[in-house]
Ligand binder design. Structure first.
Ligand code: ARG
Length: 486
């Protein structure tokens, strides 16, 4: 037994130093004196959260100041105590900003670290701050404040990315590329139209985050440990101090649910799934055989062995990181599923997946917003690809329908024409009028107009269609929407 635990202790201590590079954690002597058995060190490291929740410090201080102001306003603490708390918190904020604040593992988490420092700086007033509050409602508030700010950042990054996509779309309204279904060439589309599809997706993502914001921006403070508090608190005042829209209505729910974090990760997962689809396209558009685009050099890498290689590392990394973000969503759902009301220590496990989700989405959106305007479009290669797939076959069928043939018969006739073109290794418009006429006598000289790529595009002229006129309309619509947001 002893041997097993001491091995475990050694391993976890090594891991810890590596993972957090926390000088306090690596200096055993800073805290080990207080523990008589080695197991305690391990338990402390196992249950402490300061290594990762210190990023909540700003939110924690803002929440504490709002709470302290409420305590003073309701007469629960004195004005002098409030002044001392404000003074102490100011200094602590400075110390954290200047990196001189000493985080201590033995103080478990961000809340106890800040409170201990406050008491050290201002004495008893610091000890009164926690009146009518518990770390359970405190941490729920901190995460909400933190996520609220991150939503604002993510929404602005999504808007930036929409701008980037729009700028490339605008330059490529008339650029014709193959549209695919089943990864087979289907019909010609405008490249601008294709990019605008992503502008739509990122708009829905943006709206989802904004909707999530409403449920995040609610104050749980006052729920205390789980049942509320005996002091005459003013919860609405705290909420208004923090610019939160309302207060939660059930104390047990307030401290125990993390559905807002799950919801946030779900919004993030969908955003990453959209990024991942775009990544997949950028990767194959850039591959040999397609050559539709080039990515700016600074977003690609070379190979250490193959001198010719230029790899689309940023889209590939983003596609990979999507799995990580979706995994965090699954992790959070599993974290919640077995927890009885109210607060349980399990909830501390919400932070690492949540923070990593935020970091990943923020970095990814930044990278894409910067990379997209640098895309070089190889229009010739896009067009060239269209000379291989009979992309105007549907237009041919539509032509026959306009001449009075039922669609199914038109489909059949064009299918035969495609077979002939295939055998002759040519395109539909390269078949002579005589050859075409054998499939249906309604076919005339004017068929060739329907077989051109430009004609095919122009014909899809309705809301949401790929006709350049419509794409221009959408570009203008988006320009207006984005300009109004600035
Ligand atoms: N570090 C804890 C968390 O993240 C704070 C709340 C602790 N509450 C408690 N009763 N131990 O959830």
């Amino acid at each position: 037994m002893t041997c097993f635990y001491s091995e475990l202790e050694k391993m976890s201590s090594e891991n810890h130093v590596k993972l957090h590079a926390d000088p306090l954690a690596s200096k055993k002597e800073a805290w080990s004196g207080r523990f008589s058995e080695p197991m305690a060190d391990f338990v402390l490291r196992y249950t402490a959260s300061v290594g990762f929740d210190k990023r909540l410090a700003k939110a924690d201080i803002a929440g504490s100041l709002a709470h302290a102001r409420m305590l003073a306003k309701t007469g629960i603490i004195s004005k002098e105590d409030l002044a001392a708390i404000e003074r102490g918190m100011k200094q602590i904020s400075e110390e954290i900003k200047n990196n001189t604040f000493k985080w201590k593992l033995e103080l478990e988490d961000v809340h106890l670290n800040i409170e201990a420092r406050l008491t050290h700086l201002i004495g008893d007033a610091g000890k009164r701050l926690h009146t009518g509050r518990s770390r359970n409602d405190q941490v729920a508030l901190d995460i909400r404040l933190y996520v609220r700010d991150q939503i604002k950042l993510i929404v602005s990054l999504l808007e930036h990315l929409q701008h980037s996509l729009l700028s490339v779309a605008e330059k490529n309204i008339d650029t014709i590329m193959p549209g695919f279904t089943h990864m087979q060439i289907a019909q010609p589309v405008s490249f601008g139209h294709h990019l605008l599809a992503y502008v739509e997706m990122f708009e829905r993502d943006r709206q989802r985050f904004l909707d999530c914001f409403k449920r995040v921006n609610v104050s749980p403070l006052g729920a205390a440990a789980l049942a509320g508090t005996t002091y005459p608190i003013d919860r609405e005042f705290v909420a208004s101090q923090l610019e939160m829209d309302s207060v939660t209505q059930n104390s047990l729910d307030s401290v125990s649910d993390r559905d807002f974090a799950v919801e946030f990760c779900s919004c993030a997962s969908l955003t990453m799934v959209h990024i991942s689809r775009l990544s997949e396209e950028l990767i194959y558009w850039m591959s040999f055989g397609f050559g539709f685009i080039e990515l700016p050099d600074r977003f690609t890498t070379g190979s250490s062995i193959m001198p010719q290689k230029k790899n689309p590392d940023v889209p590939e990394a983003a596609r990979g990181k999507t799995g990580r973000v979706v995994g965090h969503l699954m992790g959070l759902l599993m974290l919640m599923k077995g927890q009885p009301l109210a607060y349980n220590k399990d909830n501390q496990e919400d932070k690492e997946p949540l923070f990593d989700t935020i970091d990943t989405v923020v970095d990814t959106l930044r990278a894409f917003a910067e990379m997209i305007p640098g895309i070089q479009v190889r229009k010739d290669n896009m067009k060239q690809a269209l000379n291989q797939g009979f992309a105007t076959a549907t237009d041919f069928a539509d032509y026959l329908v306009r001449k009075g043939l039922p669609f199914r018969d038109a489909h059949e006739a064009v299918g035969c024409a495609v077979r002939l073109a295939s055998e002759k290794n040519c395109q539909l418009h390269e078949l002579s009028l005589e050859e075409l006429k054998q499939f249906n006598s309604l076919i005339d000289e004017d068929v060739y107009k329907s077989l051109t790529l430009e004609g095919s595009l122009r014909a899809r002229n309705h809301i949401g269609g790929t006709a350049p006129e419509q794409v221009q309309f959408q570009v203008n619509r988006w320009k207006k929407i984005l300009a109004e947001r600035e």
